[in-house]
Design a binder for this molecule. Structure first.
Ligand code: SF4
Ligand code: SF4
Length: 441
């Protein structure tokens, strides 16, 4: 139960942020305003950002009236001015449990592709608080580890070493222009480095960061425009696997189409990497749309797979992914195929409060985990306008609570791991997590 409710925060027209003297913070689960519970309020993580929700008035909890109220304006002496809601975009590693509470007008333009989280001001702790929980302790991805002053000489040096490699040229732009941390890792020769391969995709996700129809929100990055050769992939990946600390190379890291459509090239490159060195981890992130390609990649020596899903309900999956030429059943077959081949198998679960913790989703997810035996669920905040997503998913009502969902999964499947980032082979099964736990059915 709620003991101490933080104050609502709001912004004026210029984006200056204030805490309200009386009204309390609310959040939203699906389409319903709710009070955050103590257990789900944590200080705003370092390196998070605050956004204003343009022309969207905040919804707050009025403790005196014991009701939720919309706050359109604030008085300043005799004048009043219109205000707008504020949302947090959290540093990675945290999953949000509530959306920002505000009035989302039906005819507004879609918000850019970020994940929006409920935020308030805690007077006692003297800090912003968010409705969220930490799901991964890996600190490698902290912005403090990515100082561009040390990066530029490394980029120049590697480009000189591999002057004809188109993929390296692309990754240098990713690192320097897009500030992609994964691409920067390649030049720092450490941790997880990306291997983008695919200019095309057989899904048309509502929130694809690499391709958006012109009437929607802008995509964050341009897709790679060519398919690299196995030689180009290996020239970059093998030294990384051989030398990097906690070395991972990952296909399908974000701003490309889906690498499953380049499985032949990837299988060949992976076979050569595995022949060249026993060191490091080769990972494949994908929509998992073509199960026979997953078998091909297992045969080539892929170590781990991460399959993206916004929902384990076929209807909601189809509404978001809009698959072309494959079905949800194919994705399930891919997940099973990876597990049957004894590969570390993860779900990139694109979560949104009210959808992911809806009673039907929870029930289906419990069945999905039991049936497939996935090793890990990466809880990723879906980056999309929350109102647009709720409407497209046909959400009515609220969820059981995101942290209750996590508790339930943990109770039912003690060996299921949660996280946010991919793992090296050595860390697939940390102490307390066994390999090959029994799968029902
Ligand atoms: S995730 Fe995007 S920006 Fe980063 S390396 Fe891949 S394609 Fe480039
Ligand atoms: S599967 Fe990935 S690349 Fe394809 S449309 Fe969806 S987000 Fe974009």
């Amino acid at each position: 139960m709620q003991n101490r409710i933080p104050k609502m925060v709001y912004a004026d027209a210029k984006g200056n942020i204030f805490d309200h003297p009386e009204l309390c913070m609310a959040g939203m689960s699906g389409t319903v305003s709710v009070l955050p519970e103590d257990v789900e309020l944590i200080p705003l993580p370092e390196d998070s950002r605050l956004f204003t929700m343009p022309a969207m008035p905040p919804v707050a909890w009025d403790a005196k009236k014991k009701m939720f109220v919309t706050v359109d304006e604030m008085r300043n002496g005799r004048t009043s001015h219109r205000i707008q809601a504020v949302a947090a975009f959290m540093a990675p590693g945290y999953v949000r449990t509530l959306l920002p509470a505000c009035v989302y007008p039906a005819n507004k333009a879609h918000l850019p592709l970020w994940s929006y989280t409920a935020v308030g001001w805690d007077e006692e702790r003297d800090c912003f608080v968010v409705a969220a929980t930490k799901v991964d302790a890996n600190t490698n991805w902290n912005p403090v580890n990515y100082d561009d002053r040390t990066l530029d000489p490394l980029v120049r040096k590697m480009l000189q070493e591999m002057p004809d490699n188109r993929l390296l040229e692309q990754l240098s732009r990713c690192a320097v222009d897009y500030h992609c941390f994964a691409a920067k890792n390649l030049f720092y020769r450490r941790w997880e480095a990306p291997l983008p391969t695919s200019p095309v995709c057989n899904s048309a996700c509502l929130g694809c960061i690499s391709l958006q129809p012109s009437e929607c929100c802008p995509s964050n990055h341009d897709r790679i425009a060519f398919v690299p050769t196995p030689e180009e992939l290996c020239e970059i990946a093998i030294p990384h696997l051989e030398q990097a600390e906690q070395a991972i190379v990952s296909y399908g890291q974000g701003c490309e189409g889906d690498p499953i459509l380049q499985a032949g090239t990837i299988a060949e490159a992976t076979r050569r990497m595995k022949a060249a060195t026993p060191r490091g981890t080769v990972n494949f992130n994908s929509n998992g749309s073509l199960p026979d390609r997953i078998q091909q990649l297992c045969d080539a020596g892929m170590d781990s797979f991460r399959f993206s899903l916004n929902s384990v309900r076929e209807d909601l999956y189809n509404r978001y992914y809009r698959p072309k030429g494959y079905t949800f059943a194919d994705v399930l077959r891919s997940v099973r195929c990876a597990k049957e081949n004894n590969r570390f198998t993860m779900i990139n679960y694109l979560v949104s409060p009210g959808v992911s913790d809806a009673p039907d989703e929870v029930e289906t997810l419990l069945r999905f985990v039991a049936d497939t035996g996935v090793d890990m669920i990466q809880m990723r905040n879906l980056s999309i306008d929350p109102d647009y997503y709720n409407r497209e998913m046909g959400v009515v009502g609220k969820g059981i609570g995101m942290y209750r969902l996590l508790q339930l999964l943990k109770k039912e499947f003690p060996r299921l791991q949660f996280g946010y980032y991919n793992r090296t082979r050595e860390n697939f099964f940390p102490d307390g997590f066994e390999k090959g736990w029994p799968v029902s059915g």
